[in-house]
Design a protein. Sequence first.
Length: 100
Amino acid sequence: YSYQKFIVLSPHKNDLDQEGFEVWESFSARFSRLTDIFLSRYLRLCATQSDPAFRGTFRDYLDHAEKMGVIQSADYWFSVRELRNKVVHDYSDEDTEIFF
């Protein structure tokens, strides 16, 4: 639902009205929450269920999930996490347009 409302927006902040900003904020917040839940919680849970002693960096968890077949590409999901970090922490016009 949020994605369908989001994809019709202009990628330029100057073209957005109040409703457009609300849609953008809603979608970016949901995107951030979803990636946090999937990457930080679910993949860690999968790793520790398969190996209770498993510990590592975020990249280690991604690599482990790829080896287990939970995800197809650790590199792809690492880039999703980088995009999430930009959405949450940076609000420059360039970063916003990259997100769109």
